[in-house]
Design a binder for this molecule. Structure first.
Ligand SMILES: *Cc1c(COP(=O)(O)O)cnc(C)c1O
Length: 416
């Protein structure tokens, strides 16, 4: 979307182009604060919210030319919008290896767009069973209705990938770390295998965040985010984004989104731009807190198991260390006992909120088997290691000592 700003204010074109190209060389924190910024003729400091649906043309000829693609500029906010373009540009600068992007109204609109825009009847998709519930619904329930064949596997087992991939495989879709058991999939090895049969690799990078993991540099083709999570990270709005090659985004994804309409609100795009400004700070602080919480829970008598990719005890710790900069902001653990023990611990928390969202400044905790994964078959839950006493904590920005005290009290079993 670089060119679309040319029509904002002609005399500012050169400066704007400079801002865009120059930020490519800056370090992450700088790109997050400044990348993609386009000032209007009023020279506002913060990015402007272009809260409009349509755009006007100087002449009938210009309108005709715009529709033919002969002059650059905005047509309609379902196709593109200046505030969304700023968000897309900033994300492209952040997501190493991506050269184009489209924002969407939610993470699920991004996942759906990344898949549906390129699949057709007769195609085959391979994905791990360990997927975010709605991603699993699209892959397992919606795609087959349109004649797309699907194979679900244990994504941590490369032999299962080898066995499942075939010449009809058009896409591979995976999340790593997965939800809620924080399993790690080997992006580089899976991408190699998928590319041998000509399949495109889509990585849902929500749990790792764009700060900790760069799937395209590891071999993936397309990255999707629920921007609702760490990118906003303050519980304000939904949003999503798909990033990839110019060819995929402009020729395949963009027409699908433009005509099906899961457009992000400019106001939400602005929230997400503001979120990006502090993303690196927040993610690192949340990782610091998560590391301390994992260490606190490890060996606690009321805890039977801690799953944290940053801990030596994680079964795929070495792989996590190889493809992620840090262990992440989520800690999953099992409370000694059954569902009742888990519920009673959650109900004794006074600071950490019970909520199924994640990536937020506020620490949130959920009991996956009765909430996010309540519609998943018991047999699949067992395979995925989702147990009755398992809880998933999204670690926030509070003082970690307050979080540890809250957990400590909840796990102490003392009566109130
Ligand atoms: C939340 C989430 C989604 C869906 O995003 P929404 O913004 O809620 O639509 C998809 N994948 C993962 C891994 C998520 O955590």
């Amino acid at each position: 979307m670089v060119g679309v700003f040319l029509c904002l204010e002609d005399e500012m074109t050169t400066e704007k182009e400079t801002v865009q190209t120059r930020t490519k060389d800056y370090r992450t924190a700088t790109k997050l604060v400044r990348g993609g910024t386009k000032r209007s003729q009023f020279n506002e400091t913060s990015e402007a919210i272009f809260m409009n649906s349509g755009f006007v043309y100087d002449s009938a000829e210009q309108a005709a030319g715009r529709f033919k693609g002969e002059n650059e500029g905005f047509i309609y906010s379902r196709y593109a919008n200046p505030t969304l373009s700023m968000f897309e540009e900033r994300m492209i600068l952040l997501e190493e290896g991506a050269v184009a992007a489209r924002a969407t109204a939610s993470g699920m609109a991004a996942v759906n767009g990344a898949l549906m825009s390129q699949l057709k009847a007769g195609d085959h998709v391979v994905a791990p069973k360990a997927l975010f519930g709605s991603c699993l619904y699209i892959i397992e329930t919606i795609l087959p209705r349109f004649g797309v064949n699907v194979t679900l596997i244990d994504g941590t087992d490369l032999d299962q990938w080898r066995a499942a991939l075939k010449k009809e495989t058009a896409c591979v879709f995976l999340e790593t770390p997965s939800n809620p058991a924080l399993e790690i999939m080997d992006i580089a090895a899976i991408s190699d295998l998928a590319h041998k049969v000509g399949a495109k690799v889509i990585v849902d990078n929500v749990f790792a965040t764009p700060i900790l993991q760069h799937p395209i540099t590891l071999g993936a083709d397309i990255v999707v985010y629920s921007a609702t999570k760490h990118i906003d990270g303050q519980g304000r709005c939904l949003g999503g984004i798909v990033l990839g090659s110019e060819e995929f985004v402009e020729d395949t994804l963009a027409p699908y989104l433009k005509h099906t309409g899961p457009a992000l609100s400019p106001f939400n795009a602005w929230n997400l731009l503001k979120g990006l400004e502090t993303l690196e700070l927040r993610v690192h602080k949340q990782c610091d807190n998560a590391e301390k919480i994992a260490a606190f829970l490890d060996g606690h008598p009321a805890i039977s198991r801690v799953i944290f990719p940053g801990s030596d005890s994680h079964p795929q710790h070495a792989l996590a260390a190889q493809q992620m900069a840090r262990g992440g902001t989520l800690v999953t653990f099992e409370i000694a006992g059954d569902q009742e023990a888990a519920f009673s611990a959650l109900n004794r928390l006074s600071l950490i909120d019970i909520s199924n969202n994640l990536g937020d400044a506020k620490s949130l905790i959920t009991h996956p088997t009765t909430t996010t994964h309540s519609s998943v078959d018991d047999a699949i839950k067992r395979e995925l290691g989702i147990t009755e006493s398992m809880v998933r904590m999204s670690v926030g920005l509070e003082d970690v000592d307050d979080l540890i005290e809250d957990l400590g009290y909840a796990l102490s079993g003392q009566s109130d």
